[in-house]
Design a protein around this ligand. Structure first.
Ligand code: GRG
Length: 297
C-alpha cells in the first residue's frame, strides 16, 4: 500500500477526475498557457493537500465532494508554487514529478504565466457560485480567506522569502522553523482547516485541525530534508542532494540524520495527539500520519 488507505484513495480518485475540469480549456488564442496550467497540475504528485481537505470535511461530518472545488484550488496553488520554485530565477530545476519542469516544457515566460494563472484560478474556483453546492456563504468566505493567507505573505510567500534571503548562510533553529512553518506548513494547515470550516465544524474542532496540520507539516518538511539526503533522484522524480551542495541549513544539517528522524517521530506523535478527540472515524487520517513518517517520496 502507498500512503493512502482505500477511503483516502477514493478522495484521490475524485481529485484526479475533478481537477482538470476546474482548469481553463486549452482551445482559443490563450490556449498555450492553459496547456501549461494543465501540465503543471497533471497527475504525478501525491495530492496530499487536497486529500486532507476532503478527509477533514468527511471527518467533521460534511460531504467530501462538496469540498472538491476547494481541494482542487489548494492543489492549483501548490502546483503554481512548484512551477515558480523550479524557474531559473529560483531553484532552476529541470525536473519535477519525474518529467521536465514547466519552464523546461513550455519556456520561462509561459511557466511564469501558468503559475500566475493557477493562483488566480484557485480563487475563481472557490468563489464561483456554481461551485457552492449549498455550502454556507460564510464558510466559503472563511475558507477562501484562510487559503489566501496561507498562500500569501504570512504563509508560503513569506517562507519562500526567508529561504531566499538566507541563501548560502547558516540559520538557527528558530529561523528554520519559521521558514518551514510558512513555506511548507501553512498550506498543509490550511488544507485541514478548510475541510473543517466547510463542514461547519465548531471552533475547537477547527483548532484541532490547525494543530494537527502544523505538526504534520513540520514532520513532512523534516522528512523532505531526510529524503534529500538519503533518497535517489529516480525515487523522488527530481534532483537530490541539492541541500548539501548548496550548504543549506536543514533539519539534517542541524540535528544529523538520526536527530532529524527523531524530531519527525515526535511531530508525528503530536499530530496523532491532536486527533485524540475523534475516535475511530479518524483512523484513515491516523494511518496517513504514520505513513508520512516513513514515506519514500
Ligand atoms: C515560488 C511562491 C513560491 C513558493 C515556493 C513550496 C515552495 C515554495 C517550494 C517548493 C520547494 C520544496 C521542495 C519544499 C519542500 C516541501 C514541499 C512543498 C515539497 C513538495 O510537495 P509534495 O511532496 O509534492 O507534496 P507533490 O509532487 O507530491 O505534490
Amino acid at each position: 500500500m502507498g500512503i493512502y488507505t482505500s477511503q483516502l484513495d477514493k478522495h484521490l480518485q475524485a481529485i484526479e477526475q475533478a481537477l482538470p475540469d476546474y482548469l481553463p480549456e486549452t482551445s482559443g488564442r490563450a490556449g498555450v498557457v492553459a496547456e501549461a496550467m494543465h501540465y503543471a497540475c497533471a497527475a504525478g504528485g501525491k495530492r496530499l493537500r487536497p486529500v486532507l481537505v476532503l478527509e477533514w470535511m468527511r471527518l467533521c461530518g460534511g460531504e467530501a465532494e462538496k469540498a472538491l472545488p476547494f481541494a482542487c484550488a489548494l492543489e492549483m496553488i501548490h502546483s503554481y508554487s512548484l512551477v515558480h520554485d523550479d524557474l531559473p530565477c529560483m531553484d532552476n530545476s529541470p525536473m519535477r514529478r519525474g518529467k521536465p519542469s514547466a519552464h523546461a516544457a513550455y519556456g520561462e515566460t509561459m511557466a511564469l504565466l501558468a503559475g500566475d494563472g493557477l493562483l488566480n484560478r484557485a480563487f475563481e474556483v472557490c468563489l464561483d457560485p456554481m461551485n457552492s453546492s449549498g455550502l454556507k456563504s460564510e464558510n466559503i468566505l472563511k475558507a477562501t480567506y484562510l487559503l489566501g493567507t496561507a498562500a500569501g505573505f504570512d504563509g508560503m510567500i513569506g517562507g519562500q522569502t526567508i529561504d531566499l534571503a538566507n541563501e548560502g548562510q547558516r540559520i538557527d533553529e528558530d529561523t528554520l522553523r519559521e521558514l518551514h512553518r510558512k513555506k511548507t506548513g501553512a498550506l498543509l494547515v490550511a488544507a485541514c482547516q478548510l475541510g473543517a470550516v466547510l463542514a461547519d465544524a465548531d471552533e475547537a474542532v477547527v483548532t484541532a485541525a490547525e494543530t494537527y496540520g502544523a505538526h504534520l507539516g513540520l514532520c513532512f518538511q523534516i522528512i523532505d530534508d531526510v529524503l534529500d539526503a538519503t533518497a535517489t533522484a529516480d525515487q523522488l522524480g527530481k534532483p537530490v542532494g541539492a541541500d548539501e551542495i548548496n550548504e543549506k541549513t536543514t533539519y539534517v544539517s542541524l540535528f544529523g540524520l538520526d536527530g532529524a528522524v527523531e524530531m519527525a517521530r515526535q511531530e508525528t506523535a503530536a499530530a496523532l495527539d491532536a486527533l485524540s478527540g475523534f475516535g475511530q472515524e479518524a483512523n484513515d487520517l491516523r494511518a496517513l500520519t504514520e505513513a508520512l513518517l516513513t514515506r519514500i517520496v
